[in-house]
Ligand binder design. Structure first.
Ligand SMILES: Nc1ncnc2c1ncn2[C@@H]1O[C@H](COP(=O)(O)OP(=O)(O)OP(=O)(O)O)[C@@H](O)[C@H]1O
Ligand SMILES: [Mg+2]
Length: 434
């Protein structure tokens, strides 16, 4: 047996503390022969002793009685880092850019984590030593951690999508600032109106106006009473760009601060633990996690149910586990505000399904199935039905007005009429059932 060990130091940006604080050390162990991996973690004594300490992951790394406790990933998971750290790594779009800049076709999870830019989710930072976070990347790069791109930098991403060749400096800037958040589409974190936003530009070949449709969707969700961040449409170099305020970043007294982020993907024990989401009712697993993690579990479980109904109505079947998360607030962890809800046009009513299961009939979007496990969301069948009727009524009465006000082009509206027809059918059926 030949074990290869690599240490990584984990830092936390605590609220009101100017410099990131060393929180602990992780050792990644890789068995060269069996190819099995695992990770070990210990909180630093100095961190453990702080009154303002925060667990870096409330599920897998909660504080124990002593700082001597060694946390270990499960053997069967074979992970080289703890799940929360995978939230620091981008998905397809960001990874492709990292590989391109590194001139490689593969990087390990640990390499991705150490190379992740300052815009990564949450309040964690990483380093190969104890002297502070450092971005260890297979390309040369350094930048000021408190710097934020101005909105106009989003234009660089748009240019890139339109195959304009970027010079190396611009490419590195995008890589450093914009590659740390997950997701399949181009995105970059920007400062605008003294707040921190995620900017999502359109992409060549989009089948409909993504930025305006996503903006309309969050506006409609807000009208339904769901918890949503601020959203905007801004024009950058003639392109409409969708902005959503980042709930894990804020500017206080002119200083950029961060708060904790834990995706449902990580909270449920991914990346390695595979479930068959449609069958296993992943929304129910999410509700269990909410019950365990949120300090306002009742409110947040009801919110999750509302999001489930909303996703069904708008035909958003991209509701995978990285599109749900927890965030740390001053009073504790909560279900994060809503994000990445993209209605899809031409969604049929019959056999409409979500990405994740939620009821006795898996992921099928019928009234019966949506209500079938209401108790898992802390609601009686009657209360769930009432809440659902409110969401359905709001969507039915407002979607078209909200979409038009958001500037969704007429040419896109026909497809969404088909999708939103479900709200009329649900409203009628719910009225008949009472
Ligand atoms: N308002 C926000 N505040 C903080 N983090 C966010 C916010 N919105 C999105 N994120 C983070 O950024 C990631 C990517 O964003 P988003 O899901 O909107 O992108 P996408 O490319 O459309 O994703 P997908 O691959 O799911 O289609 C999310 O998984 C989440 O971790
Ligand atoms: Mg997403």
């Amino acid at each position: 047996m030949s074990l290869v060990e690599q240490d990584m130091y984990i830092y936390v940006y605590l609220p009101g503390v100017a410099e990131p604080v060393l929180a602990g050390k992780m050792t990644s162990v890789n068995d060269d022969v069996t190819r099995k991996k695992k990770a070990l973690f210990r909180y630093a004594e100095s961190y453990f002793a702080r009154i303002d300490r925060k667990a870096i992951d409330p599920v897998a790394l909660p504080f124990k009685e002593s700082p001597d406790f060694v946390y270990e990933t499960a053997d069967k998971d074979s992970q080289e880092a703890f799940s929360v750290m995978y939230d620091s790594i981008p998905d397809a779009w960001g990874r492709a850019r990292m590989l391109k800049n590194a001139g490689r076709d593969k990087m390990s999870a640990l390499e991705y984590i150490l190379a992740s830019g300052e815009d990564r989710s949450g309040f964690l930072a990483y380093g190969s030593g104890r002297s502070g976070p450092s971005i260890v990347a297979p390309w040369s790069a350094s930048h000021n951690k408190n710097e934020l791109l101005d909105i106009s930098a989003a234009a660089l991403i748009i240019s890139e999508d339109h195959h304009v060749t970027l010079d190396k400096e611009d490419a590195q800037k995008i890589l450093l600032f914009g590659s740390s958040l997950g997701g399949a589409r181009p995105k970059v974190t920007v400062k605008y109106e003294h707040k921190v936003w995620l900017a999502k530009p359109p992409k060549e070949g989009d089948a409909f106006h993504y930025p305006r449709v996503e903006y309309a969707s969050l506006t409609l969700a807000k009208a339904c009473g769901l918890s949503t961040p601020e959203v905007r449409i801004v024009n950058v170099n003639g392109k409409d760009v969708y902005l959503i305020e980042r709930f894990d970043r804020y500017i206080r007294n002119g200083i950029l601060e961060r708060s904790g982020f834990l995706s449902m993907h990580a909270a449920i024990g991914y990346p390695k633990r595979k479930m068959t989401p449609q069958v296993e009712g992943t929304y129910l697993a999410m509700a269990e996690r909410v019950a365990a993690v949120s300090h306002q579990a009742g409110t947040d479980k009801k919110e999750l149910f509302g999001r489930l109904v909303f996703n069904a109505l708008v035909g958003n079947d991209d509701d995978h586990l990285r599109n749900h998360a927890f965030c740390a607030t001053e009073s504790g962890w909560r279900l994060s505000p809503l994000y990445d809800v993209l209605p899809l046009p031409f969604k049929p009513i019959a056999e409409r399904r979500l990405n994740q299961g939620f009821g006795t009939e898996g992921n099928l979007c019928s009234i019966k199935n949506l209500l079938s496990r209401s108790e898992s969301f802390g609601l009686s069948e009657k209360d769930a039905r009432l809440f659902m009727s409110e969401v359905v009524g709001t969507v039915r009465a407002n979607w078209e007005r909200v979409f038009r006000a958001a500037g969704v082009p007429d040419s896109d509206l026909g497809g969404f009429k088909k999708t939103f027809a479900i709200a009329e059918v649900f409203e009628r059926d719910l009225a008949q059932q009472t």
